[in-house]
Design a protein around this ligand. Structure first.
Ligand code: NAP
Length: 304
């Protein structure tokens, strides 16, 4: 059967691509199954400065290099949005388009997606001024005023990228401290176009056909202010892409997959790697590390 493999890796971000490289180099018949372009969140990152061996690298370029590595090894690349995995001697993977695949071992590496603000105007004005991808959309906001929401690494790094082209950029944080690394905080604090608004939360995005403002509320005084902005970039954290494993009962209460040090879930032959796992540090380098461990242990599961 051509839909049968030794290992299927679901997701082709850094964790998935590394898992595929390790499993393939161990002599297994390996496919990656992905619903988008390879690279995952890396593709949407303009400038990566903490992946060893590159002082600075563009996320799309790093994604392409990792993908080329998998293709030089002849890892199969399948398109599909997985909706379900069924356990068995061969695990059955069902996709939204009706395609089904089988594998002796499955490695889940589906990462996370952006958490929504869930305020009026957000969904209505998505792609009309509300964007979750600065790298994709920065060009539409050249010379305009924009707001970035959140104080983590994603928010601050993307704010620095956007600030190159915009007229003015507000960063809205709900506390009076950031979560991002200090090196990034310092760059933001010293940027002439960036104004930090602390202790405020967004309550409404306004605009008819496109965004014309962001309404924010002071968390202490409840005072309301409207910022006249054309673009809004929420970067308020992530939620794991794991709804398709809900039947397997392998996640914690927040949907993050629980694994041991071998990246094994509690279902034999189902491994998980990268940001979708419950873990301390979500970085490209920790994703690749998880992927290597998962790929190697998938090999042992099949051959030992
Ligand atoms: P994060 O670190 O969880 O930060 C989320 C930010 O959004 C926090 O400032 C949080 O505020 C705020 N927030 C959450 N819910 C909110 C709401 N409803 N309204 C307003 N603000 C809200 O998320 P992230 O920046 O996406 O990063 C995720 C992970 O990836 C982290 O582990 C991060 O270190 C990693 N990452 C690393 C890099 C890098 O190393 N270069 C780059 C990107 C991401 P509070 O602080 O008040 O909770």
């Amino acid at each position: 059967m051509d839909n049968r493999y030794d290992v299927i890796v679901i997701g082709a971000g850094p964790a998935g691509m590394t898992a595929a490289i390790y499993a393939k180099r161990a002599g297994l018949n390996v496919a990656m199954l992905e619903s988008m372009a390879p690279g995952g969140k890396m593709v949407k990152t303009f400038d990566i400065q903490n992946y060893p061996s590159y002082s600075e690298v563009n996320g799309a370029d790093l994604s392409m290099k990792m993908f080329e590595h998998t293709q030089n090894l002849n890892v199969s690349y399948l398109y599909g949005d997985v909706v379900n995995i069924t356990d068995g001697e061969y695990k059955k993977i069902k996709c939204a388009d009706g395609n089904e695949y089988e594998a002796k071992a499955v490695i889940i590496a589906t990462g996370t997606k952006e958490r929504l603000l869930n305020i009026p105007g957000e969904l209505e004005l998505a792609s009309r001024g509300v964007s979750y991808c600065a790298v994709c959309d920065a060009t539409f906001f050249k010379g305009k005023d924009v707001a970035v929401i959140g104080g983590g690494n994603s928010a601050l790094e993307e704010a620095l990228y956007l600030a190159e082209g915009v007229n003015k950029l507000y960063i809205i944080i709900r506390r009076d401290v950031f979560r991002a690394e200090e090196i990034v905080q310092n760059k933001v604090l010293n940027h002439p176009k960036i104004e930090i608004i602390k202790k405020h939360i967004p309550v409404e995005i306004t605009g008819d056909k496109k965004v014309d403002g962001l309404v924010i509320e002071n968390v202490d005084t409840k005072e309301i202010t409207k910022l006249n902005v054309d673009g809004i970039f929420p970067y308020i954290g992530s939620i794991p892409n794991t709804s398709f494993v809900s039947d397997l009962n392998i996640t914690d209460e927040n949907g993050y997959i629980l694994v041991n040090e071998k990246m094994e879930t509690k279902v034999p032959g189902i491994f998980s790697a990268g940001d979708c796992n419950r873990k301390e540090l979500r970085q490209i380098v920790t994703a690749t590390s998880d992927g290597a461990i998962a790929g190697q242990n998938a090999y042992h599961y099949i051959k030992d």
